[in-house]
Structures are given as C-alpha cells and as structure tokens.
Design a protein around this ligand. Structure first.
Ligand code: KG4
Ligand code: ZN
Length: 336
C-alpha cells in the first residue's frame, strides 16, 4: 500500500487528506468564514487563514487515517492554478514536511485533480470509474472547461469559458441578490422552490465548444435593477424564481456544449467535476442527457466536488506510480 498525504490550499479551503493507493483514509477541510460577507475571496486573508489552519488540518488527517507521518511515501500538494499567496502556504508546508521526512514531493495541478476525483475510492465496494478516453466538464469558481481525458495526465481542452466561470456566474448572481459568498449552493437550495421559466436572461451565443457567462451576469444585473426601480421588495418576493431561472440559464448553457462535445467526439463516458458539479440541477440535466444519449455518467460524491485534498492525494498517487517527483525549489503558478 502506498500512503500519500495530499495538501490543497489553492483558494479559500485548507484541506489535507491521506490515501492508501486510491482509497481515501481521511479527508479534512477547514473552510474560511472571513470571506462570507465580502462577495468573494479576499486573497490576503485567505493566505493568513491557511497559515493558521494547515498544521491542525494535517495533524487531524493523519490521526483520522491512523497513519504515522513516518509511514507516508510522499507528500502531494496543489501547485496551481489558484491564488498565489494561498498556494505558497501549501507549497512551503509540503516542501518542509517532505524534506523533514526525507520522502518525495509531488506537485499536482488543481484542475487535473478535480478530474482525477473520479478515481477516488471511498467505500468498501469498488466504485466504477470512467474509461479513457472520457469527456469531463470541469466547472468551478475559477474555471469552466470541457476536457477530453485521454489518460490520467494526458488531457486536451475542447472548449472553455472566454470570460467568467460558471461558479462565478452563480456567485455574482447571488451577490446581486444580497446573498453571502459562495452563493452557488444557496441558489441551488432556493431554486428548489422556484420556477425555472419565471424569468429569462440573455444566453451567450459563442461558436464551437467555448462558453461565455459575463453577458448572462449583466443581463441578470440589469433585470434585477429595473425591477427594483418598480418595487424595492422585488428580490425578497421572487428569490426562489430568480434563483431557479438563473440556475436554469447557467445549466442549459453548460449542457448545450457538453452535448455537442459528446456528439462530435462520439465519446459516451461523460463526467462532471469541480464545485459547480455539486449543483442539483446540473446533476439532473447530465443524468437525463445520459439516459437519452446512452452515456455512462460520472458524478463525484458531494465531498469530492468542491475543493478537497482527497483529489490531490489520489492525483499524487498516480504521479507516484510514474515516479514524477518535484524538486525542492519548485514554485507555484497562479494561472494554467
Ligand atoms: O471547485 P471549487 O470548490 O473551487 C474552485 O476551484 O473554484 O468551486 C467553488 C465554486 C463556487 O463558485 C461555488 O459557488 C460553486 O462552486 N458551487 C456551486 C454549488 N456548490 C458549490 N454552484 C452551484 N450549485 C452548487 N450546489
Ligand atoms: Zn477547485
């Protein structure tokens, strides 16, 4: 059994996980409350909070896994993309620990890790995993991509957003409605009571498999602003319908290109990953499309959709098998 400690600190979650091969033995996350009322992550605060959280989070992960640090074979960390100050905390911690223990350091890519979350085994029964090549819609707060996954580390981007990410569209719409950050899960919850066809917003028409979400956000902003001029209580009276309608617009945009990607490639193993893959309407739409189109659909368990270190540990395990180790002078990157 190969034991890997995974460390994730790319944005506002400090996370550590331990895996034995692809099986997760512990998956610990410390969320940061400080950003809630600022409509987004404040980078400087995020890196300070990572500094506070990293040691207790790693200690708890090792204790939960019942693994002594001397039993670890390697330390994997997220090298990027993400907030540089946040990434530096995880990177420096991983370097120090690997050096102290005299074991290899493994650098992982955050977006690849979101995709490799599909290979995590977390229960007694072996879970089915996608077969290569498969298509993965990676949708998070920072990225929206349709990726052709040829092998664990061989990927090709078929399409991606030219401006905002889908998660950003959720979060910005929530902010316009006065909800705290991150608004995606709150919109998902409120939308359950609403009518997705109550209001319609302008969806972008972008060629090929690329996306654009900034126009949708503006259309939502102007619509709400105009309604507020007529009735200052508009948001409160129509929260559920507003949430259901913006969610519908985002999900239908995501689905159109995903369907097109599956059709042009002829690939039938279709996965979704990243924070927005936790969205119940997106999950439902992918399952329905899967039934119609004859896809094998892969949706990660909730804990592995949003940022977590289990995906980093498993991604590290696959790199460990290839002996892909990082030098101690490696530095993080903020962009892909
Ligand atoms: O993958 P992730 O945790 O962090 C990044 O790598 O960005 O994704 C966070 C994003 C946020 O924009 C958050 O609002 C969104 O995922 N999100 C959701 C849901 N859960 C998280 N969006 C819609 N519905 C959800 N249930
Ligand atoms: Zn992420």
């Amino acid at each position: 059994m190969i034991y890997i400690l995974g460390i994730e600190s790319s944005c506002d979650d400090t996370a550590a996980a331990v895996c034995g091969n692809t099986k997760i033995l512990a998956n610990i996350i410390a969320n940061q409350e400080v950003h809630r009322h600022y409509g987004g992550v404040v980078p400087e605060w995020a890196s300070r909070a990572h500094q506070q959280h990293i040691i207790p989070v790693v200690e708890t992960a090792l204790q939960t896994a019942n693994i002594k640090k001397e039993q670890l074979h390697a330390i994997a960390f997220t090298r990027g993309p993400g907030l540089l100050g946040s990434l530096l905390v995880g990177t420096s911690f991983a370097k120090g620990m690997a050096m102290g223990l005299g074991i290899p350091l493994i650098a992982t890519d955050h977006l690849q890790s979101h995709i490799l979350a599909h290979f995590i085994q977390d229960s007694e029964n072996e879970k089915a995993v996608p077969a290569f090549p498969f298509i993965c819609l990676t949708v998070s707060g920072g990225h929206t991509q349709i990726v052709l996954v040829k092998d664990y580390f061989s990927t090709e981007i078929l399409g991606q957003t030219i401006d905002d990410a889908a998660g950003e569209a959720f979060d910005k719409a929530a902010k316009i409605m006065g909800m705290p950050y991150p608004g995606g899960p709150l919109i998902d919850k409120a939308a359950r009571e609403g009518n997705p066809h109550a209001f319609s917003f302008r969806e972008a028409k972008i060629p090929g498999l690329d996306y654009s979400f900034s126009g949708l956000k503006t259309s939502f902003l102007y619509f709400v602003r105009d309604q507020l001029k007529k009735d200052t209580g508009f948001i409160g009276k129509h929260t559920a319908d507003l949430c259901a309608s913006i969610q519908h617009a985002i999900v239908s945009t995501l689905m159109k290109k995903l369907l097109e990607a599956a059709r042009v490639t002829g690939i039938r193993d279709v996965a979704i990953s990243g924070g927005v893959s936790a969205n119940s309407a997106l999950q439902k739409a992918v399952k329905e499309a899967g039934e119609k189109e004859g896809w094998n659909v892969f949706i990660p368990p909730l804990a592995f959709t949003t940022d977590n270190a289990a995906m980093v540990a498993v991604s590290g395990y696959f790199r460990y098998l290839q002996r892909e180790f990082a030098p101690l002078d490696i530095i993080p990157y903020s962009r892909q």
